[in-house]
Design a protein around this ligand. Structure first.
Ligand code: FAD
Ligand code: SF4
Ligand code: SF4
Ligand code: SF4
Ligand code: SF4
Length: 416
């Protein structure tokens, strides 16, 4: 019987899952078992849309349909927790299983702290994550650097530090370092990301450390919670999954690769933050870049930390409506509210039509605040710094009236 802390190789006994799975098919088999045994009411996962640059979220309740969701989409830059809050009532009345990357997992914790998600009803199967590539960037990179028409590519993977494509007529791999030095490759937030093995999920699955005869055929599983152990044991007992202890040499290799990825994250942080400068120089750069903002609210809509009934950026007393460029207060409000909790998921940058590096600006500030106050967002239920100064009155106003606006004016009458 597996228990918390165990390191295993796991592989599916389901022939259909095996065909489509990225590695051993452990993740998809675990979900199949979870649905069949009614451990969860639904599973929220990613599946291929019109092509491999189009990852789409899907809710599955029929276990037979899970096979279509197996496999890794490295151009899948979505974040799932806010969808659980918005469309699945925060899992307050249903048990939901979700495959999570590190950033998804961190966003779940941040939403749970704010009572927007019921973590008791969520099972998280984490996937190790070396990074994802924006779909637009992937197409550009494949055209410019690989000299291949992106429409002819039918498979992509990131393996041993290379971005590899299979296309009509061949396959080709180029080192990620080379691509990134040339301005291509992973999203900039992914380069700075240091959550490579999502250990605060219930299970952490990946390919690092799978060696010997199981290489490419099994999934490396780290058991991170009792919930994860019981899910895994149930799946093994049902016969859909087989496991064995991980090879000790493989374990060592996995540790080394994770260590190297963390160092790479530090390197990119240094590079990106140094380029931003310090003090007034940094402020001027941020003001110049954000002057392009068209106030579409995309960043707020996507940010897992932004959940307020009434967003302060819509208060005309702070941000006068009808003007472009938008008053810088719009961005200052976001920095003040989010910077202590930003999980560097990159969503605010990914969706920005003005291509403003929002995640870089927010992440740079989060790292400064972390240095000052020691608060690390997204890894546990510790309350953020802002919670220490939050007004009780404001909370009760929100509770009683459905609005947390405190300023009355012609656009915004304070609710009685
Ligand atoms: P499968 O049974 O094939 O199931 C895969 C699951 O992942 C499915 O639930 C699917 O919906 C989900 N999924 C697919 N794409 C995404 C996405 N973009 N976001 C969220 N969920 C998704 N492992 C490593 O050890 N090192 C790495 O560097 C690494 N990088 C990764 C980068 C990305 C973007 C992703 C998605 C995964 C990465 N993995 C990495 C994990 C690895 O690719 C496998 O997902 C993992 O080993 C599980 O394999 P499996 O055969 O059990 O999964
Ligand atoms: Fe993966 Fe981190 Fe990028 Fe999320 S932010 S996709 S966990 S590398
Ligand atoms: Fe993610 Fe941007 Fe919000 Fe940070 S500010 S959590 S990067 S959406
Ligand atoms: Fe985000 Fe602040 Fe608006 Fe709330 S008020 S949605 S935290 S910007
Ligand atoms: Fe402005 Fe970009 Fe945010 Fe839209 S997504 S409000 S353009 S910063």
């Amino acid at each position: 019987m597996a228990k918390k802390g165990d390191m295993l190789y796991a592989w599916t006994n389901d022939a259909e899952i095996k065909k489509k799975a990225e590695l051993g098919g452990a993740v998809t088999s675990l979900w199949k078992y979870a649905l069949e045994s009614k451990l969860v009411d639904a599973v929220l996962v990613i599946t291929k849309g019109v092509d491999l640059y189009d990852a789409k979220p899907v809710i599955i309740t029929d276990p037979a349909k899970l096979k279509d969701t197996a496999g890794s989409l490295h151009c899948g830059t979505l974040l799932l927790p806010k969808l659980v809050k918005k469309y699945l009532n925060g899992a307050f009345d249903k048990k939901i299983g979700v495959t999570v990357k590190g950033c998804d997992m961190m966003a779940f914790y941040e939403l749970a702290k704010r009572k927007q998600i019921n973590l008791d009803n969520i099972i998280m199967i984490g996937v190790n994550c070396g990074g994802s590539v924006s779909p637009v960037m992937a197409r550009k990179m494949i055209t410019d650097k690989f000299g291949v028409d992106p429409e002819t590519v039918h498979k992509e993977e990131i393996d041993k530090g290379q971005f590899i494509i299979e296309y009509e007529g061949g396959h080709k791999g180029i080192s990620m370092d080379e691509l990134e030095e040339a301005g291509y490759g992973r999203r900039s937030n992914c380069r700075r990301c240091k959550l490579k093995v999502p250990r605060q999920a219930d299970l952490a699955c990946g390919n690092w450390g799978v060696i010997g005869d199981k290489a490419g055929k099994a999934t490396f599983v780290e058991v991170c919670s009792e919930k994860g152990a019981s899910l895994l044991n149930g799946a093994v007992k049902s016969g859909i999954l087989a496991t064995e202890a991980a090879n000790p040499k493989g374990l060592e290799i996995r540790g080394k690769v994770e260590g190297a990825m963390l160092k790479l994250g530090d390197k990119w942080r240094k590079k990106d933050f140094e380029r931003l400068g310090e003090g007034k120089e940094r402020l001027k750069k941020i003001m110049a870049e954000t002057a392009r903002c068209i106030k579409c609210y995309g960043c707020i809509d996507q940010c897992p930390i932004c959940y307020c009934v009434d967003c302060t950026t819509k208060n005309p007393a702070y941000v006068p409506p009808g003007y472009l460029p938008v008053n810088f207060m719009f961005h200052l409000i976001r920095y003040a509210h989010i910077a202590d909790s930003c999980v560097n998921c990159g969503q605010c940058e990914e969706v920005c039509p003005a291509e403003i590096p929002n995640a870089l600006f927010m992440h740079a500030q989060q790292v400064e605040l972390e240095k000052m106050f020691g608060h690390v967002p997204g890894v546990n239920m510790e309350l953020p710094l802002l919670a220490l100064v939050e007004e009780k009155e404001e909370r009760s106003r929100l509770h009683n009236t459905g609005s947390d606006m405190i300023y009355e004016n012609v656009f915004n009458p304070v609710p009685k």
